[in-house]
Design a binder for this molecule. Sequence first.
Ligand code: GCW
Length: 743
Amino acid sequence: MRGDWARAALVHLFAAGVLLLSAPARAEDGYDLWLRYRPIEATAQAQYRPLATAVVSQATSPTLDAAKTELTKGLSGLLDRPVGAGALADGAVVIGTPASSPLIAGLKLPLAPLGNEGYLIRSTSIDGHAVTVIAANRDIGVLYGSFAFLRLIQTRQQIARLDISSAPRLKLRLLNHWDNIDGTIERGYAGHSIFDWHKMPDYMDPRYTVMARADASVGINGIALNNVSSDVWMLAPMYIGKVAALADVLRPYGVRVYLSIKFSAPVELGKLKTADPADPMVAAWWKQEVDAIYRQIPDFGGFVVKANSEGQPGPRDYNRSQAEGANVVADALKPHGGTVFWRAFVYSEKDPTDRAKQAYNEFKPLDGKFRDNVFVQTKNGAIDFQPREPVHPLFGAMPKTNLALEVQLTKEYLGQATHLVYLPVLFKEVLDWDTMAKGKGSTVARVIDGSLEGHTTSAMVGVSNIGDDRNWTGSQFNQADWYGFGRLAWDLNLTPEQIAREWLAQTFTNDPAFIDKMAPMMMASREAVVNYMTPLGLHHIMATGHHYGPGPWVDDLPRPEQNPVYFHRADAKGVGFDRTPSGSDATSQYAPPIAKLFAGPDIPDRYLLWFQHVGWDHKMKSGRSLWDELVLHYDEGVAQVAQMRQTWDAMKPYVDAERWSQTAAFLGIQAKEAQWWRDACIAYFETFSHMPMPAGHAAPPHDLTYYKAVYIPYAPGRTGYTAAPFKNTPKDPDQNGIATQIP
Ligand code: GCW
């Protein structure tokens, strides 16, 4: 009898074992992000285990404890055995600062060049024990170093002979959350806001800590919590109390909180008669408001301000300059070490000037007039986060002003949640752009890191793509944009390829058969979206309001400079916005060599229709006509997405079923929508070119009326909006009469 039980137990054990080994990776939903810490392959475990036996931390602080917890959690997970806090021994990981750890102090490490946030990871010996030290001047550096140490293991790099020191290139590496207090997110495609203000401060969702860990793991050190189209309630005492509670949760991870403010708050909140920045009462109000915030949040970061833009109030309402507006707030923050991020995204429907020129015209003359604790936060391009834009002409044009680069992680114009578009390629293209402001090498990276003009501070800002979806960002691959933004802001010299490879290894698998296929796929994805949406410099031709899908025909919006036809200016002669001296002369806002290039025949194809209006038969560098080139780019984009799908299909064996199938489904949507974009845009531009399709390229399956009839009432990301009343659309034979869904 006993023998049978034993045999049966053995059989079950064996079956379970087989099941475990052969079963695909455990179901995952992306919640763990790149901090998955799943057991690594046995060979690697054997290599690493002797070098990570325990974590030694000789002091406690919220940040040091966060570092210790992350290390013990990560090492235990990756090495598939408990690695706890312990005493000095062979293989120990000793963490700390000279102030908090006598062991670290005793080593007299060269920490001075690392500043407040840098770290050093070194293999060394203490009292005859071979150890790894993670040291820094401040606790936050130790935390950053701890994530970097785990990343080495997650990407299977050697840890036996380490001597790594790293410090951030940019001082302020921030996310702007366009979240509203009511839980909606402007241009959010990952569910609702993660911030549940209503339950704060009594209930602090544990996800806030997970988000803070993720931010810290890539060096993000500040977040603006609310939408730049701001609600004054955010500054009301009842909300400042909630913000203070959130700041307490984020503080151990080095994430400071910022708030977006409404410039009219002195009136709406302070009940003053004016918000005129020159009025001493207004200055006094901002001072008192800010002092009150710092009484509750001593390390408050500062304010983000969208003023005189898209209906937001601002100093222009009092005929004061943007600098006067920024400075009244900056003066209130200065004594507390706070910073103002004053957005340069300013354009007016009343100003007939080319929209792409307006921000430059508004801010350039104010160079040197902003306080030193003000950044002029400038979008990467002069229009609005398009798949590709020439870099904003303000970069390099305001030598006496701190400029912060603003990029968008949430893909408002690039297919929103479902389209796989690896954005660090775009970010890097911007950072490497040479403004020629002080001759060759005057890159945007050097403008924003302050080295070009000797500025002492620096910043880069990303509009967050985070929401309360389990995968945090609306898709698995959107996580790479959050990750990549942080990594790049920490080290502007990293390449998007390096970042993609390390992210893939941490998020999925280290298997080269996976990474060597997926990294190139991600690297090609940004050019694909440019090709199937806005090739050759086309821009802002998206559908109205939600910007979801094509709408190049739109010409009836109340604000002319928001109509797609305003941007492509297609007519019987040709297409493109003439921004040369014969047109709006926006080219002259760039340094002379660039102005000359963009206004001349050698303009790179990728910017042609942004700066020039050319004939449909214009001879391109390829020898083809512009029309043929346009069609080829659109078809190239569709083909690239088809290739991305094939690549992902082949990745099934390497990824858990849940994340694989979600991504596969999203790539299916992307393929369908790329085709929709291609067909709709060609059907539209053909009505001007009247040129035949190039050989081998099929005409769109439907006529323009059909594409114009496609109406998406509720695409995400648009807040406070109701769809147009249901209307019958032109009959469509194969859609039972209603063409409302994507063809
Ligand atoms: O991208 C546009 C968006 C607006 C946004 C604005 C901005 C927050 O369409 O939704 O408003 O830019 O950057 O302020």
